[in-house]
Design a protein. Structure first.
Length: 112
């Protein structure tokens, strides 16, 4: 199974978690995701996702001057985005515990 298939549904929640406390611009989001271990993340994945989340009302954006280069579009989470993020965390914890249980019970069979 390719890692990208597994990541597809999870990345949205991860983006919301990153922007939960501070506003973030696109390139900064990519760097933060990489810092948290998402080494394969590229701009072509993140920018459309930020636009999608903004369109859904989970993020809002503000254009601000950059200390160097063109203006930057900063994203911050909305009330709806926080609710969506909370749902993601609850669903992830539920799924994670089920997968962990299954791996503990059946995972050793892979190495027999």
């Amino acid at each position: 199974m390719k890692q990208t298939q597994l990541l597809k549904g999870v990345l949205e929640g991860c983006v919301l978690l990153v922007v939960l406390e501070n506003e973030v611009y696109g390139y900064e989001m990519i760097q933060m995701l990489k810092k948290y271990g998402f080494k394969e993340i590229v701009a072509g994945t993140v920018y459309p996702l930020l636009q999608k989340l903004e369109k859904q009302g989970c993020l809002s954006s503000t254009i601000k001057p950059s200390p160097e280069g063109p203006d930057r579009k900063y994203y911050c989470i909305t009330t709806e985005g926080k609710a969506h993020c909370k749902d993601f965390v609850e669903q992830w914890k539920n799924l994670e515990s089920k997968v962990d249980n299954l791996i503990c019970l059946k995972g050793e069979k892979l190495y027999e």
